[in-house]
Design a binder for this molecule. Sequence first.
Ligand code: CA
Length: 236
Amino acid sequence: MPAVDAPISTRVLVVEDEQKTRESLVEGLRLEMWSVASAGTGSEAITLVEREPFDLIVLDWMLPDRDGIDVLQHLRSRGRRIPVLMLTAKTTLNDRVIGLDSGADDYLAKPFAFAELLARCRALLRRPLGTAGGMLRCADLQLDTRARVAVRAGQQIPLTPREVDVLEYLLRYQGQIVTREMLERDVWKQTHRMTSLDNVIDVQMMRLRRKVDGEGAERLIHTLRGVGYRLGKESE
Ligand code: CA
């Protein structure tokens, strides 16, 4: 009988010092038929990464020896581009910024649902290597497309998931006219509706503009009456 090649399994490293959490993560990820290794300290994690290839690292921020950020910086400084999903109880903007600067690809705040973790892992595994750090900018506005966090003049803007989608779209097309049809097709993903989404889109845009172009801020989202919208500096 010919030998059957073993399927090439996804290799994941879980770095978490809390034993129960670590074990349940390992167990859950193995149910995905992934090959899962685990480490309880930062040094152990680094040793493992230097020894074996991994496709993804789930990395806890708070570790007993060197913390997650330190581990991440160590890996990135050695040119290791393995996607890293950072687990953190720290959800303030400042912490997120530190994590991003260190090269994390995504974040998940504790406590989280396992299904959410799995979805984030899958998304990172689908992403081609080297595309980490999805920052879109215009003037003092920036959107981290991985963490889905928007910041204007250093202040986080509270956005709904739909608003993040719209803002990302506008930023990708910045300086160009974005029509309602484009938003309907690419953001709302509805092309076969009987009724137009124009009103929905207009209301959504009004809300988004109020949040992004708050009091005193330079206007970045412009309405082109009867045409659509444009994101960019006034002068452009
Ligand atoms: Ca921990």
